[in-house]
Each structure stands twice: as structure tokens, then as C-alpha cells.
Design a protein. Structure first.
Lengths: 275, 537
């Protein structure tokens, strides 16, 4: 118990704070059903009730409890963003390293493909694909993950390129190691630090991207609670000086900062620094 | 030689470095140093002896993470240890200059040489730009650079390493400083290039009566350059004496051990009788289209023997290693092992073929994956080639570590926690873990200090005797050849100039080029450079 305690003490306070916030978000997301006082899409009152009373943060444009929807939103938005980031990082990262190690025409072909995907602005591409394939959640995840993985691919490939030319990779090739072994054992540990740093940033971008899509009406579909569409639904309140619509945005901002606190710490550890 | 007044007086210099924990740790423990005008002082020692740190401190500078903790550095009456940044900045470049080891890294690749030369004198207001250009050309001529009128208008990548190092020395001379600090200026150069650079440095330093601190780990070089020599170890002075005295009769045991390294010599062996274990036959190789790097090269390596492949950089010796390893399929010719042909392409070789030939690299830093533990690095070939179980691998790794004279608990460490020499030993262990027949050693000692290199060479020879290994030893250092080779192949411009046993090829040299190479190796005689230059006219 004491070594564990010492270990925690050695973690910088910012990272501890970040972990606490992320843990709280996770807890809320998992146990949303028990924590939220009302249902996700349950109409419980009239429109735009003020804060206080039975409705802690008032009600939204069709009389649903704002507080309950914020809690359910954590589950939907955070869950989907996390899934997308993990997908895009495993796909983009692995393909990037694969291209760097394999080289030759496969590398060239993959780069072309990624260039084509990147040539069209991400938002427009997403609009196009989501319009074609519909806006079901699995489609949304697949489309955003695909678009996002192009950036990860670029990064992973360029970092891996610098590793591939080193002698220890040549030694592994000479030994006759397979491609997968070289990617996993020789290259991956050495490209991990920049990828982790990128994860923190990209996770937040994905978050914002989904919110933007939801705001445009092609993201997570109503009545599912989602922070992006909650901003849109209640946007009119801002004109009356009510800050309620800003709350989902605030939730996003706090999580973004918390995630980056953790990433900074992991990055310091992974790159062998003194942090 | 008459010397002027005292120029630099360092007393009880203490320098501290910050450790990973944030505490300050003393690395230079009270060194005294005197330098008179026009005098050259050689600082010598292994890496970690603090010679570069002291050299930089002579400019009042401490590296990132270091600080001057005590003592005085009086340069012409000014104490640099306590002087303000402004004072120091006016001195640096103008009255104290610095020549770094790697000229290629010290020049700005985006500016012409002559513009970089002119920067300091113009900035310090000593010369106008036009005057600085004229000075530069005069100096380039004096340093015997080819085409001195125009070479300054080239970019750093357009001149050779030796020329770049001379341009750097010329740049240091630009403000006619009182003191120049040379930090291993010729370490990265070939022996033949090194001579030209040494001669130029010595000449200009004499002409302008500049004082210099010459930092190096090469004793023979310091013998040519210095009036006095100071030997350092672990941030302390071991001894100091005039160069000739120091060469002839070093007092301390540590100094004598440094001196002894160069006398390592493998006894001559009789010419081999059996068929060669590895044979390179009439190999021609090229990079891309047209640029031939190897031209009709044949080399035989016999079991239990060492073939040293010697040549300057660009002679194709590393390319030969790549061809044998299968990394560069040759255009013509073939490589055979135990009489059987080897596939020219790596993809065509099976696991047994690969196991028979292992490589040890020059730069142990890049040859070991920094994110793998030593135990995994050495253990992988055993698992891969010999199919050992994890428990057997663990036991064998412990044996290997003992064999390379490292403690068993190193298995749990990462390469970053090891010194350069220890890393190279791990590289050797990884190659031997595969139980190969042939080991290609590509400049394995070039990046190491002499004492450490000696340890590596002795280890390689002991392992050769124990395991009947055959080495193909690529090097540009003739001292190493004397120490380890049975047979020698001399290469130049991708062709074999001479081959045979060590005695046949080197003692005495049969070919002119071999003689030039041998003559270019500095000897432990303070008059050697002068004599050689006089002899060459």
C-alpha cells in the first residue's frame, strides 16, 4: 500500500487533477442511468425553465431536464469520441509505421491515398459521406475515424521514417525478423511519445468535430443527448443573457484540459524525460 | 620558442552539472591551468574527463545544465567566471575563438563559407565586409585550400570534411584572437586528411602567434601540436609537463596506461591453408544507376582468422560489408560461405544463412534499440535462431554478460543507462548470441576512447580464440589493424590495392598507397609532423 501511495505522490499534481476529472467523467458516463434525476429524452416540464427547483440547470427547448441531458451527453459524446480516436490511432498509426518499414510502392500507394483524402476539407468530406451513408452512430464513427486517421498516418509515418534508418532496425532486418515484429518491437516503442502527444490533441479535435457535425444536424441524432447538439438546440437562450447553452461547451473544455494534463505527464514518462 | 606573458590563468576551477534528480554534482574538481601568449596547451583524457568542459570554461561558458561553481578564470586581466554576459560576448569570437569537433554541424548549411567568416569581424567592428573577404581569401590560401579565391563562395555541403575543418579554423582566426580552443578538430577525419588539417592549424597558429588549447583523446596528435600537455581524468589533473618530456617519461601510472594502448599487437600468423569460410569473388556493386562503388573486389576470410579491410572513407569498405550482409545485391560477382553460394539478396537467404553472418556496428548508440532491455536485445537472437525457451534464454544471457565482462544485472537495464564501451560490448554479445561463423565488425572502435577501444579489441580477440570466430574487420585506423588483423586488404576508390598477410602488406608496405596510409598515422614523437612535412616538401 505504501509503495502505491509513494507512486501516486510522484505524479505531478496537474496529472492527478486531470485523472480525477477524467475519472469523474467516466463515472458519470457509466452510471448515467442512476445519477441523472430524469430520463435522457423525457419531457418533464415546459420550455426553458430557469435554474433551481426540481431542475438543477433548468430545462431545454422542448422541456427536457438540462442536467440529466448533460450527464447522458457525457456517455454519448465522450464514448464516441474515445472510440473514434482509438480507431483512428490504431489504423493510422499502424499503417503509417507499416508504410515506413515496408517502403517501396506500398508506401507510395498509401501516401497517395492519404493525400487524396486530405486534399478535400475534412468537414466537407464528412458531410458528403454522412449524407451518402446515413447518420447512424456506427457510420459516424467509421467516417470520422477514417478522416482522422489520415493525420495520424502522416505523423506516424514521418516519425517512423527517422527510426527505420537506424542500425537496430537494420540489425533486425538482417536477423530475418518479420515485418510485424519490426513494427511492434523495434519501431512502435520509439514513435510512441509523439503519438501519445498527438492523441491528446486529436481526441479533443474529434470531440469538437463531432460537436460541429451535431450542430450541423448530421452528427449524433436527436433525441440522443449530445453536447454539440445541445448547444445548437438552446442557442437562442444566449440572446437573453442566459449561459445555459455554454454549459455543454464548458464540459468539453474541462475534459480537453484534463486529458492534456494527463498526456503531458505520460509524454514525459514515455520519452524518458524528467517530468 | 619564446613565449609572451601570461594570457590565461585558471585557478581552482570547479564546475557542477545538474543530475536527473535536480541536485548539483561536481564534475571538474579544482583544476589549475596557465597559458602564455603564443603557447599551445594539449588537454588529453578519456571521455568524461572534463576536457571539453574545461575548454568551454576558458571562454567563461558552461554548457546547458552545467555551471561554474568556483575558482577564477582570468583572461588577460578579466575574470570570466564573474564577468557579465556583455563583457564575455565582446571577448568571444573577437579575442577568444572556438573550433568544434564536427565542422559539418557547426556551420550554418544555408550560408556561404565566406559570409560566415565575415560575420564575426564585421559584428565586432574589426573589419569592413570587403576587408574581411580579402582576409578570408588570404587565410584560405595560407591553409592551402584548393582555389582559395572562390572556395569561400561555396556552401558547407559543397566542400569536403577536411576543407570544412580548415574553413572553420580560418573562421576562428578571423578577428586575430589571442586564444583559440580546438575541441577534437580532427577526430572525425581520415588519417590522410587529418595531416593536412593539422599542418594548416599549426602553421596559422604559429604565424599569428596565437595561444591555443588543443583538446583531444589522441596522444599522437597532441604530441604534434602541443608545447605542453596536461592529462586529465575524472575532472582532475593527473599530471602536466612539456610535450617532449611527457612523451618520453610520463610519471603517473594512468598516463603510462594511456601510452601503452598503442602497443597492442597481434602476433603474426602463418598464411592460411584451408579453404576460406567466406569468400567474396569479383564483386562489382553500385548505388542507383551508374555510380560504381565496388569494382571487381575479391576477399577471402579463413576460419578463426581476422581480415582487416583498410581504406579512407569513400574507399567502398562499408559497401563491401553491405554486399556480404545482403543489403546491397551486387551487379556482378558472388559471395560464398563454406563453399556454397549465398543469395545476393537478403530476401533470398534462409535463417541458417543469416545466422552464420552477424554484424557489429560502429555506432553502438543507434545499433541498440533504446526502448528494449539489454536482456531482450541479447536474448532475441537465441530465441530466434536457436529456438531457446525463455528460461534457457535468461540463463544464456547471464552467461553472455559474464563473457563480455559485464555484471549480470545489466540484463534489466536499458541501453541509455550504459557507457559507450559497454554498449559496444552489448553489440558484440548480440552478434555472438546467434552463434555465427563470420562476424563483420564495421569500425567498431572508431567512436571509442583509446583505453575503451583497447578493451573491446582484447575482448574480440579472446572470443575469437574461444569460439573459433572469423572476423571481417573494417577500419580506417592502422593502429587497430596492427592490433587485431591476421590478413589485410587495402582498398581505394572501390578497388583492392593490395592483399595478403599483415606482414606481407604492411611491414614493409608493398604499394605506394599503403605507404601513404602508414605514414599518415601520427607517431608518438613530437617532431613527427614537421619531419613528415619536410620530407614531403
Amino acid at each position: 500500500m505504501i509503495p502505491l501511495f509513494r507512486g501516486i505522490l510522484r505524479i505531478p499534481p496537474t496529472a492527478l487533477l486531470g485523472m480525477a476529472v477524467v475519472f469523474a467523467y467516466g463515472f458519470v458516463a457509466v452510471f448515467a442511468h442512476w445519477i441523472a434525476p430524469f430520463g435522457e429524452s423525457e419531457v418533464v416540464s415546459s420550455q426553458y425553465d430557469p435554474w433551481g427547483g426540481a431542475f438543477l440547470l433548468g430545462t431545454d427547448n422542448i422541456g427536457r431536464d438540462m442536467f440529466s441531458r448533460l450527464i447522458y451527453g457525457a456517455r454519448n459524446t465522450v464514448g464516441i469520441a474515445l472510440l473514434i480516436s482509438l480507431l483512428s490511432f490504431s489504423a493510422g498509426g499502424l499503417l503509417g509505421m507499416f508504410a515506413a518499414v515496408r517502403g517501396g510502392w506500398i508506401d507510395t500507394a498509401l501516401c497517395w491515398l492519404v493525400d487524396i483524402l486530405m486534399a478535400i476539407p475534412q468537414l466537407i468530406y464528412a458531410l458528403l459521406l454522412l449524407t451518402i451513408f446515413g447518420t447512424a452512430v456506427p457510420v459516424l464513427i467509421a467516417v470520422v475515424a477514417l478522416l482522422d486517421s489520415t493525420r495520424v498516418f502522416r505523423l506516424a509515418r514521418s516519425v517512423a521514417m527517422n527510426v527505420v534508418v537506424l542500425d537496430f532496425v537494420e540489425a533486425a532486418r538482417l536477423r530475418g525478423e518479420g515485418l510485424w515484429w519490426i513494427v511492434r518491437r523495434e519501431v512502435l516503442p520509439n514513435v510512441l511519445p509523439p503519438l501519445i502527444a498527438e492523441f491528446g490533441v486529436r481526441f479533443c479535435f474529434v470531440f469538437l468535430f463531432i460537436s460541429a457535425l451535431s450542430f450541423l444536424g448530421i452528427g449524433i441524432q436527436p433525441p440522443t443527448a449530445d453536447w454539440g447538439s445541445m448547444v445548437r438546440d438552446n442557442a437562442t437562450l444566449i440572446t437573453f443573457g442566459d449561459i445555459t447553452p455554454v454549459l455543454p461547451g464548458l464540459a468539453i473544455a474541462i475534459l480537453t484540459i484534463a486529458v492534456n494534463f494527463i498526456v503531458d505527464w505520460v509524454l514525459g514518462k514515455a520519452s524518458g524525460g524528467r517530468a | 620558442m619564446t613565449k609572451g606573458g601570461l594570457l590565461l590563468e585558471i585557478r581552482d576551477l570547479r564546475i557542477e552539472a545538474r543530475t536527473a534528480g535536480g541536485a548539483w554534482n561536481e564534475i571538474v574538481h579544482g583544476v589549475d591551468l596557465d597559458l602564455h601568449r603564443g603557447e599551445i596547451l594539449g588537454l588529453i583524457g578519456e571521455s568524461g574527463a572534463g576536457k571539453s568542459t574545461i575548454g568551454l570554461a576558458a571562454m567563461g561558458y558552461a554548457r546547458e545544465g552545467c555551471r561554474i561553481a568556483g575558482g577564477s578564470i582570468r583572461f588577460d586581466g578579466v575574470d570570466l567566471a564573474t564577468a557579465g554576459e556583455g563583457t564575455k560576448r565582446r571577448l568571444r569570437g573577437a579575442r577568444i575563438a572556438y573550433v568544434a569537433q564536427s565542422a559539418a554541424a557547426a556551420f550554418n548549411p544555408a550560408q556561404r563559407l565566406i559570409d560566415q567568416y565575415a560575420e564575426a569581424p564585421v559584428r565586432h567592428g574589426v573589419r569592413t565586409k570587403a576587408q574581411a573577404y580579402e582576409d578570408a581569401k588570404a587565410l584560405y590560401r595560407r591553409m592551402q585550400m584548393p582555389d582559395p579565391e572562390h572556395i569561400g563562395y561555396r556552401y558547407p555541403h559543397q566542400v569536403s570534411g577536411g576543407q570544412l575543418q580548415r574553413a572553420m579554423t580560418a573562421m576562428a582566426m578571423a578577428c586575430r584572437p589571442d586564444l583559440i580552443i580546438f575541441d577534437e578538430p580532427t577526430t572525425a577525419l581520415d588519417v590522410t586528411t587529418q595531416i593536412e588539417v593539422l599542418a594548416s592549424i599549426k602553421d596559422v597558429v604559429r604565424q599569428f602567434d596565437t595561444a591555443a588549447i588543443y583538446i583531444t583523446h589522441d596522444l599522437a596528435v597532441v604530441a604534434q601540436m602541443a608545447d605542453r600537455i596536461k592529462v586529465l581524468q575524472y575532472g582532475r589533473e593527473v599530471e602536466e609537463a612539456p610535450a617532449a618530456t611527457m612523451m618520453a617519461e610520463p610519471r603517473e601510472a594512468y598516463t603510462r596506461s594511456l601510452w601503452a594502448v598503442r602497443h597492442l599487437e597481434k602476433p603474426a600468423a602463418a598464411a592460411p591453408k584451408l579453404d576460406p569460410v567466406l569468400s567474396v569473388r569479383n564483386v562489382t556493386a553500385a548505388y542507383g544507376r551508374g555510380v560504381t562503388v565496388l569494382d571487381d573486389v575479391s576477399v577471402d576470410l579463413h576460419r578463426g582468422r581476422t581480415v582487416a579491410v583498410v581504406g579512407e572513407s569513400g574507399s567502398g569498405k562499408s559497401t563491401l560489408a553491405r554486399v556480404i550482409a545482403g543489403l546491397l545485391p551486387p551487379v556482378a560477382g558472388e559471395v560464398t560461405i563454406d563453399g556454397g553460394p549465398l543469395s545476393p539478396d537478403l530476401a533470398g537467404r534462409n535463417r541458417e544463412d543469416r545466422q552464420r553472418i552477424q554484424m557489429i556496428y560502429q555506432m553502438a548508440d543507434t545499433a541498440l534499440n533504446p526502448r528494449q532491455k539489454i536482456g531482450d536485445i541479447i536474448g532475441r537472437p537465441m530465441e530466434f535462431y536457436l529456438g531457446l525457451e525463455p528460461a534457457a534464454v535468461k540463463a544464456r544471457v547471464a552467461e553472455m554478460l559474464e563473457m563480455i565482462e559485464l555484471p549480470a544485472d545489466f540484463a534489466g537495464r536499458y541501453p541509455g543507462e550504459l557507457s559507450g564501451g559497454q554498449k559496444q560490448r552489448i553489440g558484440i554479445a548480440r552478434a555472438l548470441a546467434a552463434e555465427p561463423e563470420v562476424v563483420i565488425c564495421d569500425e567498431v572502435t572508431s567512436a571509442l576512447d583509446q583505453l575503451v577501444a583497447e578493451g573491446i579489441l582484447k575482448l574480440l580477440m579472446r572470443l575469437q580464440r574461444q569460439m573459433k570466430l572469423s572476423y571481417l574487420f573494417i577500419t580506417h585506423e592502422l593502429a587497430t589493424v596492427k592490433a587485431i588483423a591476421d590478413d589485410v586488404v587495402v582498398m581505394r576508390h572501390g578497388r583492392v590495392v593490395d592483399r595478403g598477410t599483415k606482414a606481407e602488406v604492411l611491414f614493409p608496405p608493398r604499394r605506394d598507397y599503403t605507404r601513404t596510409l602508414l605514414d599518415s598515422v601520427p607517431e608518438m614523437d613530437t617532431r613527427w609532423l614537421d619531419n613528415l612535412l619536410a620530407a614531403r616538401g
